[in-house]
Design a protein around this ligand. Structure first.
Ligand SMILES: Nc1nc2c(c(=O)[nH]1)N[C@H]1C(S)=C(S)[C@@H](COP(=O)(O)O)O[C@H]1N2
Ligand SMILES: [Mo]
Length: 316
């Protein structure tokens, strides 16, 4: 669980040609499952994975330009998705069981009219941008990833929150038939994360459908996940089926699992250690030396204003 010290990544995991070959087949199957044609994907384009590439991704002014991208291989073989198991390689091993087609997203709660969208329909009104973001896991590893997605604020053009809406919850799928570890109380399923409405509205807050120009791999949260680059990685709920607007600050899955370790805000803050380890440094996947962790993961200029007047030691 998120309860481990920052891990080492064996170099064998990064270079083993058998792992690589296995993933190619896996991603190819995934692309077929998602129905490339209906998503407006480019065909025949050579890809690193055998998957389909998104056509005509817009370049985003919000992209980080100076950082080296994390290798695709590292991002798809090392991560957290507890519905598929507790180890860093569990998602890559087990997420093939996820059925991403058909997939419906329900938006309800404090909205004028609750709505359910098919992923194909979302792609018709949401122009996808490539957003290169830094991400930082609370465990001390980090990555630089070219996501493909659209600002959450695009969704707010389709659903109108009521005056009572102050927070937004993001619910991951919790289906024990597809996700074997949902039978085990590792967390209080479903995995739910949440943002304050103004945080959700911030243009950096992304709903992502892909990465590295391609359809989202299942282990990274296909078909739709949240990305909040100035917060710890666990805020980015994967495989989202429900977005609910609410009045009161919700409990999240990690707050329930460890209230003194995981707060609601979860902003990347090198000055506030996790109860059991420092948050001052991080190691990029695929790199050896550690680097200093920046406040708000380097996005302070854009987001610090959201927290003006708040004590971020108390509201960790
Ligand atoms: N549903 C769900 N979403 C999740 C998780 C999870 O276990 N279940 N883990 C989170 C954590 S702790 C991290 S660091 C990121 C890792 O995913 P990524 O490497 O694809 O960004 O996913 C987040 N989203
Ligand atoms: Mo994480």
């Amino acid at each position: 669980m998120l309860i481990r010290p920052p891990p080492e990544i064996p170099s064998s995991e990064i270079t083993d040609p058998q792992v690589y070959a296995g993933r190619r087949d896996f991603v190819r199957t995934l692309a077929l499952g998602l129905g490339a044609a209906s998503l407006g994907l480019a065909h025949g384009a050579e890809t690193r994975s055998g998957s389909s590439r998104f056509e005509g991704l817009l370049t985003s002014p919000f992209s980080t330009r100076d950082d080296k991208l994390t290798p695709y291989q590292s991002m798809t073989t090392y991560g957290n998705f507890y519905e598929f198991g507790p180890d860093k390689d569990s998602p890559a091993k087990n997420a093939h069981r996820l059925r991403t087609q058909p997939w419906m997203l329900t938006v309800d709660g404090e909205v004028k009219t609750a709505k359910t969208f098919a992923i194909e329909d979302i792609l018709k009104w949401a122009p996808l941008e490539e957003r290169i973001y830094r991400m930082r896991c609370v465990e001390g590893w980090s990555a630089v990833v070219p996501w493909a997605g659209f600002s959450f604020s695009e969704l707010l053009k389709r659903v109108e929150p009521t005056g009572n809406a102050r927070f937004v919850e993001f619910w991951s799928l919790a289906d024990p038939e597809q996700m074997p570890y949902v039978r085990i109380p590792l967390l209080d399923w479903p995995y739910v994360e949440a943002l304050r409405l103004d945080e959700a509205r911030h243009p950096l807050t992304l709903l992502a459908l892909g990465m590295y120009g391609e359809v989202m791999p299942k282990q990274n949260g296909a078909p739709l996940r949240l990305i909040v680059p100035w917060k710890y990685g666990f805020k980015g709920a994967k495989s989202i089926v429900r977005i609910r607007f609410v009045e009161k600050q919700p409990q999240t899955a990690w707050m329930k699992a460890g209230p003194d370790e995981y707060g609601f805000y979860s902003n990347v803050n090198p000055d506030v250690p996790h109860r059991r380890w420092s948050q001052a440094n991080e190691r990029r996947l695929g790199e050896f030396l550690k680097r200093k962790t920046l406040p708000f993961n380097g996005y302070a200029d854009q987001v610090a204003g959201l927290y003006a007047g708040m004590d971020l030691r108390k509201n960790f």
